[in-house]
Write a protein that binds this ligand. Structure first.
Ligand code: IPE
Ligand code: IPE
Ligand code: MG
Ligand code: MG
Ligand code: MG
Length: 324
C-alpha cells in the first residue's frame, strides 16, 4: 500500500533487520474477497516499512523493538493503501508515494499506542496482541509513539518528489495529526466527552477530527505527491473527510457487534467507558444507515474520475462493509 542502511528515511537498499521476517497473513476475513491490489499494496507497504524502521539491534534496542512490534502487529494498512491508490489516479508511478503512505501508517500506529495507554482508553489488546505498554511498559510505549511520529516526518522529508510537493504533503499531514480539527484535537474531545451527553455536532467533530482527518490526509497526500491540481485535492479532501467519518462510525458499530477475537482489540469497551459513539447516541440500525449514507456521499465525489477511481470506490465500499 528503500533504505540506505545509514538513512532510515529513504526507501532503497537492504532492509534494516537481522533475521528475514515472514510477512504476517492478511488481516482480513477470507470471506471478504478483496481485490488483488489490496494485497499487492499491503505487501509493498510492509516491505517499505521494513526498510524504514531501525533494526531491533540498533541502540537503544528496547525502543526499536517496541516500534517494530506495534508497526508489524498486523494492521489493515488502509491509510497507505488509500494513499497509493489515490496517487495512481494522477500518475502511473506510485513509488514516491510509498514515503507519505508509510509515514501516515507510522503516525496511525503511534496514535494507537498512545490511544491504548492507561491514561487514555486503557486497552490490553491491539492488532491481536498485547498492547505496546503491556508488552514494554508505559515509558517505552510513550517514547515509541513519539519516535514513530518523528520518523514519519523524516520519511515525508525524504520523499523523492519536487520540494514544493514535499512541503505541501508535510503541511497536510502535520495539520491532520494536530489539534485544530485534527487527530490530537479529536482525541482530546473524545476523552473529555466520556460519560457526558453529546450532541450531533460534537459527535461529528470527534469522528471527523480523531479519525477522518488522517484518513483524508492519506488521500490528499497521495494526490499531492502525484501532482494533482488544487481543485482535485479539494474534491478528494471532501471524499476523505466523509469516508473517514463513515469509517469511525463503523469502528463504533464493530465495537458493539463483533468479538475481541475478530477485532484484535477489546470489544464492548466504548459502552463500558461511556464513549461518545454513534450506536450510543442513535442505536445500531440508525448508525448503519448513517455510515451507508456517508459512504454514498463520499463515493459521489469521485464521479469526475470515472473508471480511474474504480479502486478508490472499492476501498470505500470495503471500509463500510468490513467486519474487522
Ligand atoms: C483503528 O484503525 C483506529 C481508528 C481510527 C478507528 P484501523 O481499524 O485502521 O486499525 P488497524 O490499523 O487495522 O489496526
Ligand atoms: C481512536 O479511536 C482514534 C485514534 C486516533 C487512535 P478509538 O479509540 O475508537 O480506536 P480503537 O477502537 O481503540 O481502535
Ligand atoms: Mg480512543
Ligand atoms: Mg481506543
Ligand atoms: Mg473504537
Amino acid at each position: 500500500m528503500a533504505s540506505l542502511p545509514q538513512s532510515r528515511s529513504t526507501l532503497s537498499g537492504r532492509p534494516n533487520r537481522d533475521v528475514p521476517r515472514q510477512p504476517a497473513g492478511p488481516p482480513f476475513p477470507a470471506a471478504m474477497k478483496l481485490p488483488p491490489f489490496f494485497e499487492e499494496d499491503r505487501l509493498a507497504v510492509d516491505a517499505a516499512l521494513e526498510r524504514l524502521l531501525p533494526a531491533e539491534t540498533a541502540q537503544p534496542s528496547s525502543i526499536h523493538t517496541a516500534m517494530r512490534y506495534s508497526v508489524f502487529a498486523g494492521g489493515k494498512r488502509i491509510r497507505p493503501i488509500l494513499c497509493l491508490e489515490t496517487s495512481r489516479i494522477f500518475a502511473s508511478v506510485a513509488l514516491p508515494t510509498l514515503h507519505p503512505a508509510c509515514a501516515i501508517e507510522l503516525i496511525h500506529t503511534y496514535s494507537l499506542i498512545h490511544d491504548d495507554l492507561p491514561a487514555l482508553d486503557n486497552d490490553d489488546l491491539r492488532r491481536g496482541k498485547p498492547t505496546c505498554h503491556k508488552k514494554f511498559g508505559e515509558a517505552i510505549a510513550i517514547l515509541a509513539g513519539d519516535a514513530l511520529l518523528t520518523l514519519a516526518f523524516e520519511t515525508i522529508g525524504a520523499t523523492p518528489a519536487a520540494a514544493e510537493r514535499r512541503a505541501a504533503i508535510l503541511s497536510e499531514v502535520a495539520a491532520a495529526a494536530g489539534t485544530i480539527n485534527g487527530m490530537v484535537g479529536g482525541q482530546v474531545a473524545d476523552i473529555e466527552a466520556e460519560g457526558k451527553p453529546v450532541d450531533e455536532q460534537m459527535l461529528e467533530y470527534i469522528h471527523r477530527s480523531k479519525t477522518a482527518a488522517l484518513i483524508s490526509a492519506s488521500i490528499t497526500a497521495g494526490a499531492l505527491c502525484a501532482g494533482a491540481s488544487s481543485e482535485d485535492v479539494a474534491r478528494l479532501r471532501r471524499f476523505g473527510g466523509t469516508i473517514g467519518w463513515a469509517f469511525q462510525v463503523i469502528d463504533d458499530i464493530l465495537d458493539v457487534e463483533e468479538s475481541s477475537a475478530a477485532l484484535g482489540k477489546t470489544a464492548g469497551k466504548d459502552l463500558a467507558q461511556q464513549k461518545a459513539t454513534y450506536p450510543a447516541v442513535y442505536g445500531l440500525e440508525r448508525s448503519h444507515q448513517i455510515a451507508n449514507r456517508l459512504a454514498t456521499e463520499a463515493i459521489a465525489e469521485l464521479a469526475p474520475y470515472a473508471d480511474r477511481a474504480a479502486r478508490l470506490r472499492e476501498i470505500a465500499e470495503f471500509l463500510v462493509l468490513r467486519r474487522t
